[in-house]
Design a protein around this ligand. Sequence first.
Ligand code: NAD
Length: 790
Amino acid sequence: MNILDRYHAMDYGPAPEARNEADAWLAARDFGKALFIDGAWKAASGGKTFETSEPSSGKLLAKVSDASAADIEAAVAAATKALPKWSASSGYQRAKVLYAIGRAMQRHQRLFAVLETIDNGKPIRESRDIDVPLAIRHFIHHAGWAQALDKDFPGHKGVGVVGQIIPWNFPLLMLAWKIAPALAAGCTVVLKPAEFTPLTAILFAEICERAGVPKGVVNIVQGGPEAGAAIVNHPGIQKIAFTGSSEVGKIIRKATAGSGKKLSLELGGKSAFIVFEDADLDSAVEGLVDGIWFNQGQVCCAGSRLLVQEGIAEALIAKVKTRMSRLRVGSPLDKNTDIGPLVDITQLDRVKGLVAEGAKQGAICWQPDAALPSSGYYHLPTLATGVSPANILAQEEVFGPVLATMTFRNTEEAIELANNTRYGLAASVWSENVNLALHVAPQLKAGVVWVNGTNMFDAACGFGGYRESGFGREGGREGMFEYLAARLPLGPVIKAATVSAQPVEQADGLAIDRTAKLFIGGKQVRPDGNYSLAVATAKGKLAGEVGLGSRKDIRDAVSSARACKAWPEATAYNRSQVLYYLAENLSGRTDEFAARLVQLTGVTAKAAREEVEQSIERLFLYAGLADKFEGRVHQPPARAVTLALHEPVGVIGIVAPDASPLLGLISLIAPALAMGNPVVAVPSERYPLLATDLYQVIEYSDVPAGAINIVTGRSGELAGVLARHDDVDGLWVFADAETCAKAEAESIGNLKRVWSGNGRSLDWASGEAAGDAFLRRAIEVKNVWVPYGD
Ligand code: NAD
């Protein structure tokens, strides 16, 4: 045997991580008392337990207390009791606690890593080098936010008691992503880990005891969907933060509708891994290993769809297969293992089922020729080629080590394929041409884009999705907002509109010779149903008629808004000029609008003039902010910059209130427009003529067709149509409580971002009813990671 033969015959020897400390910890703990409530360890009140076992062997690890509704009640009571003192404590005090948690975790770093690997099955290299260090970084990073709260988030305070529910794929890391910002914001928490992976959360609760976390500030309950549902439905909780499947996310969106609870949902994904022909193929192959085989593919942002440019497809696939043959499948505690077992037999069966179905639908599924360990829930890394865009492997989140491959011809096709999914969590773009990569990144409907890299995370960089991948961000500045409530000036309670007798008698001196139409696609159009709605003056006489918009009209308005590319693609400077122009043209008609306000609402002439002037001022404000509410650049502890870009949400539906009917409408439309969102607005049902009078102002202000659409009619009914429409990305509803609740509940189709006043209007004249709090709702933050260095 010569040296070369010896070299090729070399293999890794076993390199097992010691588990004695973890086993000693497991043996010493009483898992029958695993609920950490009010600083004490408790058994489940009903005495129930559930089992957690080791994925690499199937062996039982512990029987863990399964919290009942009464236990959730006790945990919420403890969090509620602890809230006043914790939220009133200084940022410095909270920072010290967060820092102490981080430091205590550092001291037990290896125990955390080994326990995580034993309980979840992920390779020790990953838990040791990624999960645990990132979790620690999260606490230390957020210590800073606790202290910077007053300065960086003026006008905000912690939301209160938060309920947090997490999945099993990154048990400790997801816990850190949830608990760290909540504590920094002054909230108290009730957190429920996933039932497959309860262990590291129990060790974390021990850390809280040692780090001086006051009793009741962190409560950790264990259990499954029932315990989760009890948290979601508890009226004493002000915010729910959920990470898990889109299916459960939708259940939670529905369950919390109308409750006034703040909600963030971090859900599934089907992320694209796009390789252009000028990419460094060897780097791309290594990227794929991290993108789809990291944590056995049980990663929400796994690059599970490989989109490769036609000319290099064959070469890349050959390299991928060679690399796959070298992936080491085996004991997760072995430091050389690349691929460990899946978390549970149910997950293994699900993955096998999806692969079989994908093959049935025409995919060619290839696996390396490797032996699997004799016990445990292992699945070989799998490459599916010949996958059609409709194949189940291209559409469904497999959550396993399965890569679906498709080819594309040009950049446009790559973007189209990448966006051909109901999800929008992450994407990875590979090209040596950074201009091309940065051209593609903004066009991808995904919350995170990695250029020539994948699965990079940091506590300072927000993470979260578009579309059915959920809403809200975790990490960084944007993640802090999820635990803060903006102080908005509340206005009157909005009563449901009653269909009153229609006024017939004309107001003095007014000849009704036409019905105001709808404004769709830049044109005044008749309502589809050809019905109209009479509008009364303040004195109950007939002021005019407007079109009675229907489902069909909303559909037309939404497709015009969707087709309007000119607005989202316009430069911020251009949008700013159009908003200034709107203000200028409205100002030229101040008298006319003031008279209309007097006629319809009965306010004094002075008050009416003030409302028109405030509306003009508000348009000015957002015209000015259009090119100033910008993203940031993060410098994470990696050789990369992260561009936190502000992007429009998409088409925003707006249901405007009756209170201050002109100012209220403008206060909602202007920030949405300023950030590049085309809008479909339903103006005040009672005073719609103020909106229809705006048509001419809009027509003379260079607003591109479709950027502003106005559909008059019954607010409650049209709000429901907007909520159910899957091409509406965001919905802002200031209507009665029932309409708001319905809009939230019915928005689950595409998980649109709903902002509702929960039945309250705002005091639109207040300066606090404008500015960043509105602009923030009009954007998505997309984090684009750009590594540097040779
Ligand atoms: P899952 O939705 O089944 O469960 C998640 C959590 O919700 C668990 O704690 C579970 O007990 C609880 N739960 C289940 N039903 C519930 C209900 N009706 N009410 C309240 N709580 C309930 O998800 P999973 O299988 O544990 O995790 C995998 C999913 O998580 C994948 O879809 C993955 O993409 C997603 N995920 C997303 C992110 C992200 O940041 N976007 C991160 C990790 C995982």
